[in-house]
Design a protein around this ligand. Structure first.
Ligand SMILES: [Zn+2]
Length: 392
């Protein structure tokens, strides 16, 4: 993902991942202005110049263009007493455009929404697709996107889709075995059909963007673990979403967590179960939502707590080397709070503290998302904000 912001001028911004070329300077400056208005709220042109380090002339010119595009509006003069001429406040018109976001993390249900630019959900759809794999699933997704674009009550800035699988920055799904999608130019196909820009990214990566932008997470070393039909992770390091060598960074769901030779902590996790990836005992086989629900079904509360703690301990064991290698500051679990909070989270934290040096583990925060079920949709919306406006 190429993001065009200046991390030094403000705290919570993604850094540019490539050198900004002279011909990109205008887009870069435009993104800085939008970014500031998005996070800091309305300001005068002088405020914007100070915050971005751009000249007053450049800022006035950019604001004029953004006003002509309808993205920015004037809100009248500043009311508080300051020396000199009161500046006219300008602000992002968060209601002037809308974003369509779709979350494909759940195999059985596609979730979609129309959001305004502040991330507020205006309309929702959830469909149980008849066709869940291959071209049929693409068609179901296309119909859902069309429905949502049609339901928007303002011009649509773009469509963002979070999907399981390995996905390159152009929105091509390299592999998503559960959907039987291989080398599929999903963003390109949807954009051609819908007539608006489409951004597609891995669902755990979009969840990480959602936590970073709307969930109050720090970008200093964030790992977001999504627990649904499968398990995935998105990582933001020093303000940059980590893609990895083959765009597959964060595929922790298929790290072996249950081994034939393990003593299994005295609270049997059972034999290593076969995984969708063709191997056995992957983290996903014990931590996915269906696996956790099967595990606690029919158990008394105390037994259920012990059983969930055994999974949490495995999670902590898998995370300890990751936390140590990257010196992360925060781990956020996204999924059902009734399963992930409490004993599972506590056992994961205990295993982490036990297995990583205090300097690494003592300040680490481990928590369940505060964004609830809308986290994935917020993240998909951030894909569009980031892709179209340079705002994260
Ligand atoms: Zn696996």
């Amino acid at each position: 993902m190429s993001v065009i912001t200046d991390a030094r001028s403000q705290g919570r911004l993604l850094r540019p991942t490539a050198k900004v070329l002279p011909e990109h300077a205008r887009a870069h400056n435009r993104a800085m202005v939008l970014q500031h208005l998005f996070h800091a709220g309305p300001g005068s042109r002088a405020d914007l110049a100070r915050a971005t380090g751009l000249t007053r002339v450049t800022v006035s010119d950019l604001v004029a263009t953004l006003m002509a595009e309808g993205l920015v509006g004037e809100l009248g003069a500043r009311s508080e007493g300051r020396p000199g001429k009161p500046g006219t406040l300008v602000g992002l018109r968060t209601e002037a455009f809308q974003i369509v976001a779709v979350d494909l993390a759940d195999d059985e249900r596609m979730h979609g929404a129309v959001l305004d630019l502040s991330g507020a959900v205006l309309q929702r759809r959830a469909v149980r697709p008849e066709r869940r794999t291959g071209a049929g699933a693409v068609e179901e997704l296309r119909l859902l996107c069309r429905d949502l674009v049609g339901a928007a009550t303002a011009p649509v800035l773009g469509v963002g889709v979070g999907s399981p699988g390995v996905i390159d920055p152009s929105g091509r799904v390299l592999q998503a075995p559960n959907r039987e999608w291989f080398d599929l130019p999903l963003a390109e196909e949807l954009a051609a059909d819908l007539g608006v820009p489409v951004h597609v990214a891995n669902d755990a990566n979009t969840a990480a963007l959602g936590e970073f932008t709307y969930g109050g997470a720090s970008g200093g070393g964030l790992l977001v673990l999504t627990v649904g039909g499968g398990v995935g992770a998105g990582i933001v390091l020093d303000g940059v979403l980590v893609q990895g060598h083959e765009h597959a960074a964060g595929e922790l769901g298929h790290v072996t967590a249950v081994d034939e030779r393990d003593d299994l902590d005295g609270a049997p996790l059972g034999r290593p179960a076969p995984c969708a990836c063709g191997r056995r005992g992957c983290l996903e086989t014990v931590l996915s939502v269906p696996a956790l629900r099967r595990r606690v079904e029919g158990l008394a509360p105390e037994e259920a707590a012990t059983s969930l703690a055994a999974v949490g301990r495995r999670l902590g064991i898998v995370l300890a080397p990751v936390v140590s290698a990257l010196n992360l500051s925060e781990i956020v679990l996204c999924g059902p709070g009734d399963l992930l909070g409490g004993p599972l989270l506590d056992a994961a934290a205990a295993a982490l503290r036990e297995r990583a040096m205090p300097v690494v583990s003592s300040h680490l925060q481990l928590r369940v998302t505060s964004l609830g079920e809308d986290g994935a949709l917020s993240g998909a919306a951030v894909l569009v904000l980031s892709g179209q406006l340079g705002v994260t």
